[in-house]
Design a protein around this ligand. Structure first.
Ligand SMILES: [Ca+2]
Length: 415
């Protein structure tokens, strides 16, 4: 009996754990649907366990019946023996009476066991009914369309500065439609108290940025009104946002390390080429910041050509499935990211996330190259930054309120 009872109870405990997880997980309907399916798959198993319990109870009941018949038979035999041969069978009948007492005790114990088992069955049946009810509720919930509670602001414009110029003062999600764009698309606008509207094009942290050409072209990850999710806006959109503007665009890069320090670097006249030109990165010049100019390359001391071959201005975009770098091998594949690879990099903001920051060649997988989230003019190539943000703003607005104001405004991912 015991193993069957244990497995039944254990199975129910697992089910209840999942039931509470559903409630806690809240808003993501697909997960809830998955749990409902799980319940339905599990129900026949629990039903089988209950059937087995019933069968075993019947067996015990039969055994008890048999014992009772034996006792009656023994009592009769003792009576007959005492009548016919009282002297010879006296000792034997005494022993038989002791056996009868033992049997009677066994029967009482078995009846108690049956009573307990019946209680357990009733309890299991109640729990099954509860589970069925829960399953029905989940089904109803999952058949409703998933409600999107994300708030999208109503102001639209060619970019976030245009939206701020129209009076928007709240950071959040907005639709923008740059001059040559065929359709509008969603962006996160960071609007500060100086009326500056930054269009955020990248937020990186723990999410895997090892994606293919098409994903980098169209964008991936999630935009959120609270700016606490990670994403790549998409090369095509970044191209549209920067290609047709009459005022030069400043790219602001913001970095956070594992000690919580924040630094930034600005590049003026930032543009992304079209897909025909492999989304080539160009900028006019380093516009300042306290993180240093890693886009200009870095002299690692390995080779005199280090700086030349790790600069990024003028590089085309590479992904593991589209190698446009200046290296015999495939930088994007070896470093697990899409980026404006040279041979390969001094800045690598779509790199791999390393908890705590410091990592080694051994940590870096099969290739063993520096594949972290790197800005080498601040921390060396074996230190992976905790968070990065890339955002753009027209040059005419960047200095409003002072250069440092933008850096102070930067709140971080809040994790
Ligand atoms: Ca190559």
């Amino acid at each position: 009996m015991a193993p069957s009872l244990l497995s039944t109870t254990g199975g129910l405990l697992i089910l209840f754990c999942f039931a509470s997880a559903v409630r806690n997980s809240g808003k993501y309907c697909p997960t809830t649907c998955g749990v409902a399916d799980y319940f339905l798959k599990y129900t026949p198993g629990v039903d089988n366990d209950l059937d087995e319990l019933l069968t075993e109870l019947e067996t015990i009941a039969n055994l008890t019946q048999g014992s009772e018949e034996t006792i009656v038979h023994m009592k009769d035999s003792a009576a007959v023996s005492q009548k016919t041969q009282p002297d010879l069978l006296f000792k034997k009948s005494t022993s038989m009476l002791e056996d009868i007492l033992r049997f009677e005790k066994t029967i009482v114990a078995q009846e108690q066991q049956i009573y307990d088992l019946q209680n357990l069955i009733s309890s299991n049946e109640r729990r099954m009914a509860d589970l069925k009810q829960l399953s029905i509720q989940l089904h109803q919930k999952c058949s409703e369309p998933c409600k999107d509670t994300v708030e999208i602001q109503s102001t639209t414009g060619t970019d976030c500065q245009d939206i701020a110029n129209k009076g928007a003062t709240t950071s959040g999600l907005y639709y923008v439609k740059p001059l040559n764009a065929k359709e509008q698309f969603l962006v996160y606008c960071e609007i500060d108290s100086f009326g500056r509207g930054f269009t955020v094009i990248q937020r990186d942290g723990s999410v895997d940025f090892n994606k293919d050409w098409t994903q980098y072209k169209n964008g991936f990850g999630y935009l959120s009104p609270g700016d606490n999710t990670e994403f790549w806006l998409g090369n095509e959109k970044i191209h549209l946002l920067t290609a047709t503007t009459t005022i030069p665009t400043v790219l602001r890069i913001e970095l956070v390390d594992w000690e919580g320090n924040k630094k930034y670097a600005d590049y003026n006249m930032f543009k992304l080429g079209s897909e025909a030109d492999m989304f080539r990165l160009t900028y006019g010049y380093y516009f300042g910041g306290d993180a240093g100019d890693a886009f200009d390359g870095f002299d690692f001391g390995d080779d005199p050509s280090d700086k030349f071959y790790t600069s990024h201005n003028g590089m085309q975009f590479s992904t593991f499935d589209k190698d446009n770098d200046k290296y015999d091998g495939n930088c994007a594949q070896q470093d697990g990211s899409g980026w404006w690879m040279n041979r390969c990099h001094a800045a690598h903001l779509n790199g791999k996330y390393y908890l705590g920051g410091r990592y080694t060649e051994k940590d870096a997988g099969e290739f063993g190259y520096d594949n972290g989230i790197i800005w080498v003019t601040w921390h060396n190539r074996w230190y992976s930054l905790k968070e990065t943000t890339m955002k753009i703003i027209p040059l005419s607005r960047i200095t409003a309120g002072g250069q440092q104001a933008g850096a102070k405004q930067f709140a971080g991912l809040g994790v």
